[in-house]
Design a binder for this molecule. Structure first.
Ligand SMILES: NC(=O)c1ccc[n+]([C@@H]2O[C@H](COP(=O)([O-])OP(=O)(O)OC[C@H]3O[C@@H](n4cnc5c(N)ncnc54)[C@H](O)[C@@H]3O)[C@@H](O)[C@H]2O)c1
Ligand SMILES: [Zn+2]
Length: 351
C-alpha cells in the first residue's frame, strides 16, 4: 500500500493499492471518523462496485444512503447537481457527515462540488474508478459542473479528506477509457518526470500501482505550490490548450485523452520547428502515445484550432500561457500573444 500526503490548504492522504475497495470503511474511519454518509455514483459504476463499498462502510459502522445518476458527461449539469443537494438534505446529512464520490471524473467533479456547497461545505472522500480520475481529477480539489455555454464553467476549490485508489478497479474499463487516462500519465512524464517516462516506456498497465503513485505525487507537488491555479499549476495544461480546441472542433467525437495526445504532439513539434526542442523528443512522445493506442494527428487547420482555443472563456487578456516541452521532463510555461497562436499551431502541424 502506498500513501502520499498532500499538504494543500488542507492535509489529506491518497492511498494506492489493488483490492482495497473492500477496506474503504476502515480506511475512511481513520480519516473522517464514523458518521452518516452518502455514496454518490453513476449507473455503470453502481452495478460494478457500490455493493462492495457499501458493505465495507456499513461493516465499519457507517449509516449509508446512495444516489445514482445516469453515466456520462451529459449528467454533469445543474439539474443533477441540485438533485444531489436535495438528496443530501432529504437523507438528513449534517455538517459533520461525509460524501463518498465513487466513479470517474464526472462523479468526482459533481459530488465534490455538491460537498463544497451543501451546508456551506461538508467533507468528502474520493474513490476514483478511472485511470484519469486516479491520476488527475481526484487530486487537487477542483470540483464543478458544465453549463450550457461550456464545460467546467461553475465550480469550487474543495479538497477531499481522503482519496482511495484501488487500481484493480481499472480492469473493467474499456480499452478506450483506459487509453484516455494514459494520455494524462504520459503528460506527467513529459512535464517533469523523466523516470516516470522511462518506466511507462515499458508498460503503463504492468506498472500500474507505481505509475498512479508517481502521477499523484507529481500532481500533488504542483498543487502544493499553486493550489489556486495562478502559476505553475498551468504546466498541467500541457497538450490541453490545443487539445480542448481539437475536442470542440470534433464536436466531442474525439475523446479528451485523444485530443490531449494530439495537442501534446502539436506543441512539441512547434517547439522542434523553432529549434528549442530536439526532434528525438518529439519522436519519443509520438512513439509512446502510439504504443498506448492514442492518436497523434488530426485534420483541423491551424486557423480552426486557434479560433476555438481563443474563444476559451478562461483566457486572460491578450496573452495565452502555453506549456511547451523543451525536453522529456522539462516543460516550461511560455506567455504567447494571442496574435501568434495561429502561427504557433501552424508550425506544430508542419511535418
Ligand atoms: N477536477 C479536475 O481536476 C479534473 C481533471 C481532469 C478531468 N476532469 C473531469 O473528469 C471528467 C472525465 O473523467 P472520466 O474520463 O473519468 O469520465 P467518466 O467519469 O465519465 O467515466 C468514463 C466512463 O467510464 C465508466 N466507468 C468509470 N469507472 C469504471 C470502471 N472502473 N469500470 C468500468 N467502467 C467505468 C463511467 O461510467 C463512464 O461511462 C470530465 O468531466 C472532466 O472535466 C476533472
Ligand atoms: Zn486532461
Amino acid at each position: 500500500m502506498k500513501t502520499i500526503t498532500v499538504n494543500a490548504s488542507k492535509q489529506y492522504n491518497i492511498i494506492i493499492d489493488s483490492d482495497i475497495l473492500s477496506k474503504s470503511g476502515e480506511l475512511a474511519a481513520k480519516a473522517v471518523g464514523v458518521c452518516n454518509c452518502a455514496v454518490i455514483t453513476d449507473s455503470n459504476v453502481d452495478k460494478l462496485y457500490s455493493k462492495t463499498l457499501i458493505e465495507s462502510l456499513e461493516g465499519a459502522g457507517y449509516n449509508v444512503s446512495k444516489f445514482v445518476f445516469e453515466a456520462g458527461e451529459e449528467s454533469k449539469n445543474a439539474n443533477t447537481f441540485v438533485d444531489i443537494l436535495e438528496f443530501l438534505a432529504t437523507s438528513g446529512l449534517t455538517r459533520s457527515d461525509c460524501i463518498f464520490a465513487l466513479g470517474g471524473g464526472v462523479v468526482g467533479d459533481i459530488a465534490g462540488f455538491a460537498a463544497s456547497v451543501y451546508l456551506r461545505g461538508i467533507r468528502f472522500v474520493q474513490i476514483p474508478t478511472t485511470l484519469l480520475a486516479m491520476v488527475d481529477s481526484s487530486v487537487g480539489g477542483k470540483t464543478g459542473i458544465d453549463l450550457r455555454t461550456g464545460k467546467n464553467l461553475a465550480g469550487a476549490f474543495h479538497q477531499p479528506s481522503l482519496v482511495i485508489c484501488d487500481t484493480s478497479l481499472l480492469n473493467t474499463l474499456t480499452p478506450e477509457i483506459f487509453a484516455d487516462g494514459c494520455a494524462e500519465v504520459i503528460k506527467y512524464g513529459v512535464i517533469n518526470d523523466i523516470e516516470l517516462f522511462s518506466l511507462i516506456s515499458s508498460s503503463i498497465r504492468e506498472n500500474i500501482d507505481e505509475v498512479v503513485a508517481s502521477c499523484v505525487k507529481n500532481k500533488s507537488l504542483i498543487v502544493e505550490k499553486d493550489e489556486f491555479d495562478n502559476g505553475c499549476r498551468q504546466l498541467l495544461n500541457l497538450g490541453h490548450t490545443i487539445g480542448h480546441a481539437v475536442e470542440k472542433c470534433s464536436n466531442f467525437k474525439i475523446s479528451h485523452g485523444s485530443a490531449v495526445a494530439i495537442g501534446m504532439v502539436i506543441v512539441t513539434r512547434s517547439a522542434v520547428n523553432v529549434g528549442i526542442c530536439e526532434v528525438s523528443t518529439l519522436e519519443n512522445i509520438i512513439k509512446i502515445l502510439k504504443e498506448n493506442s492514442l492518436p497523434t494527428e488530426c485534420d483541423f487547420t491551424a486557423k480552426e484550432l486557434a479560433e476555438v482555443a481563443l474563444s476559451d472563456k478562461k483566457r486572460k487578456g491578450n496573452t495565452i500561457t502555453l506549456a511547451i516541452p523543451y525536453n522529456i521532463g522539462d516543460t516550461r510555461l511560455v506567455k504567447t500573444h494571442i496574435g501568434e497562436l495561429e502561427s504557433f499551431i501552424e508550425r506544430g502541424l508542419d511535418k
